[in-house]
Design a protein around this ligand. Structure first.
Ligand SMILES: [Zn+2]
Ligand SMILES: [Zn+2]
Length: 386
């Protein structure tokens, strides 16, 4: 009898040991994750709302295409997270139902463009006059139509989902540098690892899925050698609107405070975006309001998006006067030419070039250290032709 019991007892012991080990690993994992979530906080900006800076979320899908909420619910999420404006981009060619929803809702300026499925990939048309005709399926024809109607064309998620097949770039105004929806492609292991955080704090989950995106940044710099393309951090929200609206934002610099008149306010925001007077930020890591980047020439301030001629002396000024630690970089034609922990600097432009700035968080944060917390739009100091 006893000869039979001994192996059974040892099997039982082995099983107990495996279960205990698995339990310990699980508890360790749960504690590790919980500590991270509990120690996560969004660093607040010290700036109220200087220089008519407004904040919005760009690239949003509603029930008018494949989003999961109606526009009132989306606007309520915008109001709850303190957005000044949001930009719907429902699929269509164009999506008239979505365009008809523009207006003030819950104190949030609701604007709409349309995401068009073209021969090269997804292209957002923004700010165009709606007309009954459909946009062409051919990317360049569609772009010409958008531009002819006074709008701008922005390339969506060039390296994810409907990947963009690159062609002539004349007439394009912008591209996604970081796309919130593409984060879900950041690998199953990573998603599973952080998934339990989603119901606790969606912003933390999104931050942990955010990986560096050198391909997008390199392409952007490459294109800007010959074109003028603005970079966008894009939510591409279909659900989890509140978390998404806290996560990635466009910070638009206006000349005057935002009008309460809808048509005037719409014009102000679209004009500023079409001029490139905005920067993008991962606001779920730290509130970026108050960041400034401009060029200086002959005592005049040159805002982001401008394309002045380079005639020395020209300089670049960066202000990132936040209460937490940051590293600010100045980039010329895709290469870092200055990097500092100083929160403000003036740098003499060594020659013509496309100058832009990136800011990285150096205080404790769930955001990957290699991901730019802020990206400015460039100032294009062009060569004087001989
Ligand atoms: Zn798309
Ligand atoms: Zn989309």
């Amino acid at each position: 009898m006893s000869e039979n019991h001994a192996p059974r007892r040892s099997r039982f012991r082995k099983r107990t040991f495996v279960l205990a080990a698995a339990g310990a690993v699980f508890l360790g994992y749960a504690a590790w994750l919980l500590i991270q979530i509990l120690s996560y906080r969004v660093y607040p900006t010290g700036f109220a709302a200087p220089f008519q800076e407004i904040e919005g979320a760009y690239h949003i899908h509603s029930l008018h295409s494949d989003g999961r909420a109606d526009v009132d619910t989306i606007a309520a999420a915008g109001a709850a997270t303190g957005l000044d404006f949001l930009v719907l981009t429902d699929h269509g060619s164009p999506n008239h139902a979505s365009l008809a929803e523009q207006g003030w809702r819950d104190g949030v300026l609701v604007l709409a463009g349309t995401e068009i499925s073209t021969s090269r990939g997804h292209l957002v048309g923004l700010g165009f006059d709606p007309a009954p005709e459909r946009f062409a399926q051919n990317a360049e024809e569609s772009l010409r139509e958008i531009n002819r109607r006074g709008g701008m064309g922005i390339i969506s998620h060039p390296y994810h989902k409907a990947r963009w097949s690159w062609g002539p770039m004349e007439g394009y105004a912008g591209m996604d540098i970081l796309n919130g929806n593409s984060l879900l492609k950041s690998g199953w292991a990573r998603i599973l690892l952080y998934l339990p955080a989603l119901p606790i704090d969606g912003r933390f989950f999104l931050l942990k899925l955010t990986r560096p995106f050198p391909r997008e940044l390199d392409k952007w710099d490459e294109l800007n050698a010959r074109h003028r393309i603005y970079g966008f951090y894009t939510v591409d929200a279909h659900l989890f609107y509140r978390a998404m609206f806290s996560f990635l934002r466009l910070h638009v610099i206006l000349d005057r405070p935002l009008s309460r008149d809808f048509q005037e306010a719409r014009r102000q925001v679209l004009e500023a975006i079409q001029a490139g007077k905005f920067y993008s930020a991962v606001d779920a890591a730290a509130q970026a309001r108050g960041f400034r980047f401009w060029g200086e020439k002959e005592g005049r301030r040159i805002p982001m998006g401008r394309e002045p001629l380079y005639e020395p002396p020209c300089s670049l000024r960066v202000k990132a006067r936040f209460d937490f630690d940051v590293e600010t970089r100045l980039i010329r034609d895709g290469r870092v030419i200055h990097s500092t922990r100083q929160k403000e600097f003036l740098f003499e432009a060594p020659g013509p070039g496309v100058y832009r700035s990136e800011v990285y968080l150096r205080s404790r944060t769930p955001l990957d250290r290699r991901v730019p917390w802020i990206i400015s739009n460039p100032i294009f100091f062009r060569k004087v032709s001989p």
